[in-house]
Design a protein around this ligand. Structure first.
Ligand code: ATP
Ligand code: MG
Length: 145
């Protein structure tokens, strides 16, 4: 089914480190937007998983961040940038099961070390860039067909 988007729809959400009370809000809002646009549910699910994992990482590891989305007829692009500690070894962080989540985060059910691998798995294009002491940027593209 063709989507009814002329040009592009874009926006952003602010993410605040440690704010578990509002965790998942950005991905929920984005999911609603994609649903209203008539995007296929399989695509919405992939976008929701990828966005939620990226959002959680900012909340868990960084002081603050922002999630930008850019929706066109063809795809959704998501960019999540944070002001956090950065990642020293990206290839290690990308490994399934690798996590530095502290005990109190694990007690909340996080820290399986699956977030980044799942973001990659659910995206058609995935890139991550990080500078230690400055922050991390994740970019994901999910095609609509
Ligand atoms: N935005 C970020 N800033 C700093 N470090 C990060 C960030 N995102 C991920 N990391 C580092 O990469 C590791 C792996 O991240 P990933 O999301 O795959 O797993 P996790 O967050 O530890 O567990 P899960 O996502 O399964 O709850 C993290 O434990 C952390 O060390
Ligand atoms: Mg994670």
């Amino acid at each position: 089914m063709a989507l009814n988007i002329s040009g592009a729809i874009e926006g952003s959400f602010q993410l605040i480190g440690g704010n578990f009370a509002t965790a998942g809000e950005a991905s929920t809002q984005l999911k609603l937007k994609l649903t209203n646009l008539g995007v296929h549910e399989d695509i919405i699910r992939r976008a929701a998983i990828a966005t939620f994992e990226a959002e959680m990482n900012v909340i868990i590891y960084a002081a603050a961040g922002r999630l930008h989305y850019y929706i066109t007829q063809q795809s959704i692009k998501i960019r999540v940038e944070d002001m956090g500690p950065g990642i020293e070894d990206i290839s290690l962080a990308m490994q399934e099961g690798y996590s530095t989540a502290p005990e109190w985060v694990r007690e909340m059910g996080w820290g399986a070390g699956m977030g980044l691998p799942n973001m990659k798995k659910n995206s058609d294009k995935f890139s991550i860039d990080s500078v230690v002491g400055e922050g991390t940027t994740v970019e994901m593209v999910i095609n609509f067909s």
